[in-house]
Design a binder for this molecule. Structure first.
Ligand SMILES: Cc1cc2nc3c(=O)[nH]c(=O)nc-3n(C[C@H](O)[C@H](O)[C@H](O)COP(=O)(O)OP(=O)(O)OC[C@H]3O[C@@H](n4cnc5c(N)ncnc54)[C@H](O)[C@@H]3O)c2cc1C
Ligand code: FES
Length: 296
């Protein structure tokens, strides 16, 4: 039987979800308030966000892998993935790397400040296909943000999944995001974690090397594992190639792609990739759906 993973709906059976944009212009953002900010590292902050209008807090639903279009007046709009799980209601989280005009402006905000959001958009991770499989998460840098949403979600439905391993690589030890969460979950025996850095410092006593090196210690049993890979394009490519060589079918390697977006809803063509739109056909794809790995 198909599981209804939308916990906010299952938590309130009989309650009809309110479509966010059924009665309004799809491009109009909703006002949302920053409740809390966690500084993950020098360039990355995680923002816990709630809607100004309580009706959206009650009825807003999303799934890991989906994204929002985030905006601020005079700074533009950009797609940002959910880094929280919808199975943990109250607020949602966006983990944002300072990259350009908008994200730099968002980094200046304080709790209580307002942002605009519209969404959720895009296809989520394929949870029905992932059920009853071991899950291998491979993340690079801020690529852990959408995967954290999936990990929290899978932990809340832990019995649905087999072994959960997380391999996480960053440039330096200071660059890790959510490391305390990951260590806590590993400490509770819920997942296994391995970390690596490109360049170590004195306090670092973990692995040094690329995240692909961590795969040397992982046994891949084709058919029973789904790999979720997220990070810079070149990292996705090398991890995917390594997993394919280990015998994992391309359909069992799942990733999320990033392209510059304008509308986020399949209208403008800005995020065109091969014969697809990243915003509506993705951003989650299996490697078997990609034309080639060189274009990542
Ligand atoms: C589905 C999806 C999910 C995402 N999730 C996250 C997330 O969770 N967290 C996060 O931090 N980021 C995320 N991103 C990336 C984020 O949307 C971009 O970094 C966004 O461009 C930031 O906006 P900005 O105005 O701050 O920076 P921009 O002004 O857009 O600049 C960002 C960088 O892109 C370059 N650039 C600008 N315009 C173009 C262009 N037209 N073509 C090529 N390069 C250009 C700039 O030179 C700069 O290096 C996601 C992207 C996608 C598609
Ligand atoms: S961003 Fe406009 S079609 Fe994808």
């Amino acid at each position: 039987m198909m599981r209804n993973y939308n916990s906010r709906q299952t938590a309130k059976p009989g309650k009809k979800p309110v479509p966010l944009f059924a009665d309004r212009n799809a491009y109009l953002p909703l006002r949302a308030i920053i409740k809390d900010i966690v500084e993950e590292n020098e360039l990355v902050k995680t923002f816990a966000v709630v809607f100004e209008d309580e009706i959206y807090n009650t009825n807003f639903t999303y799934l890991p892998g989906q994204f929002l279009m985030l905006s601020m007046p005079h700074c533009g709009e950009a797609p940002i993935s959910f880094s929280s799980s919808p199975s943990r209601p109250g607020s949602f989280s966006l983990t944002i790397r300072k990259a350009g005009k908008l994200t730099s402006a968002v980094h200046e905000l304080q709790p209580g400040d307002m942002i605009g959001v519209r969404g959720p958009y895009g296809k989520p991770f394929p949870f029905e296909e992932m059920r009853r499989h071991d899950l291998l998460f491979v993340a690079g840098g801020i690529g852990m943000a959408p995967l954290r949403s999936v990990i929290e979600f899978c932990l809340d439905y832990r019995a649905d999944y087999g072994d959960i391993k997380v391999l996480y690589g960053c440039k330096t030890p200071a660059d890790f995001c959510f490391r305390q969460d990951l260590e806590k979950w590993a400490g509770e025996g819920l997942i296994t974690t391995r970390f690596t850095v490109d360049a170590a410092c004195e306090e670092w006593n973990g692995c040094v090397g690329l995240v692909t090196d961590l795969l040397d210690d992982v046994t891949i049993s084709a058919g029973s594992v789904k790999a979720l890979v997220c990070g810079p394009g070149v990292m996705i490519r090398f991890v995917a190639e390594r997993l394919l060589r280990s015998g994992l079918p391309a359909g069992d390697i799942i990733t999320t792609l990033e392209r510059h977006m304008k509308c986020g809803i399949g209208v403008c063509g800005h995020c065109h990739y091969d014969s697809r739109m990243i915003c509506t056909d993705g951003p989650v794809f299996t490697v078997s759906q990609l034309p080639d790995l060189e274009s990542l």
